[in-house]
Design a protein around this ligand. Structure first.
Ligand code: MN
Length: 287
């Protein structure tokens, strides 16, 4: 039996800009999916492929805070550099994933890596925000720099699956998560198939990053977002053309969400406290 599809959400009409480096389409949250219904995921911005001209200026987003959740940056094309108030810095290259746990609070900035900036060319990324359970919201900030060659790799007859988090077909992903999360990148050649079964209670969706697919009999065009009902059943995918998919599925965190911009806590009072902490310099300093 196939798992029922609740909605196929088309690519939003208008993108937004995050700083001057990320032209993003936002799928989560939104009118279509209530926040708790997609928990533990809080936000998904898709920087669909765009060509940036060569530039001496590194486009991106300047210093900003995060607290109470995790930011997951998934690079498909182009490279992003980052540095933060905990003294970490790095580059996320195509195939890599940066899994940052903002926890008790951090300042960072994200921008096109220098060599990519100078050369220009295609740029394609996803940034996914994953909530932290109440008991872990104040964990010390840290990040996991997961490189392409560290991903769990499952070969298909006509493609492959990179397991970032969780486990697919007996192969585990490298990401350590605070609550159960499955996150995969699948590449399927035209005519190829992929099937999977995920727990009914896990909130589950697939972003069609590239190409188009048929999922449980429904057409899913490029850049659409397939959102599943919470019920038992298989997900059976056939690639209508060469396709890249991001599969996300996670156990909901059944706790209140109080969110304001880059802070995601459980209560309004904790949000107020978060601003107080940031203004008092408790997230550190970053130029
Ligand atoms: Mn950020």
């Amino acid at each position: 039996m196939n798992r029922r599809i609740e909605r196929v959400i088309a690519q939003p009409e208008a993108p937004g800009m995050v700083g001057d480096g990320f032209r993003v389409y936002n799928y989560i949250p939104g009118d279509s999916i209530p926040q708790q219904r997609i928990s533990p995921f809080l936000m998904l911005d898709f920087a669909a492929e765009i060509d940036f001209a060569p530039s001496g200026h590194q486009r991106g987003v300047g210093v900003h805070p995060h607290k109470g959740f995790e930011t997951v940056t998934i690079a498909y094309k182009g490279s992003v550099a980052h540095n933060d108030s905990a003294g970490n810095s790095g580059v996320v290259n195509p195939g890599d994933v940066q899994w940052m746990t903002a926890g008790s609070g951090i300042l960072h900035k994200e921008y096109h890596e220098e060599a990519y900036s100078k050369k220009g060319g295609p740029f394609e990324m996803v940034q996914l925000w994953v909530n932290l359970p109440k008991k872990d919201k104040l964990t010390a900030p840290h990040y996991q720099a997961l490189t392409k060659d560290q991903m769990g790799r499952v070969s298909l007859a006509d493609g492959e699956v990179d397991v970032i988090a969780g486990e697919f077909d007996g192969v585990k992903g490298p990401a350590e998560t605070y609550t159960p999360v499955e996150l995969y990148n699948a590449r399927i050649r035209k005519g190829g198939r992929l099937s999977m079964t995920l727990p009914a209670e896990y909130n589950t969706a697939i972003l069609v990053v590239n190409g188009s697919v048929v999922v449980n009999g429904r057409d899913a065009a490029a850049h659409s977002f397939v959102f599943f009902a919470n019920e038992e059943g298989d997900i059976a995918i056939t690639a209508a053309e060469d396709a890249v998919l991001l599969v996300l599925s996670g156990e909901p965190i059944d706790e209140p969400i109080a969110a304001y911009g880059p802070f995601v806590m459980n209560t309004h009072e904790e949000l107020v406290e978060s601003f107080r902490e940031m203004n008092a310099g408790k997230f550190g300093v970053l130029e």
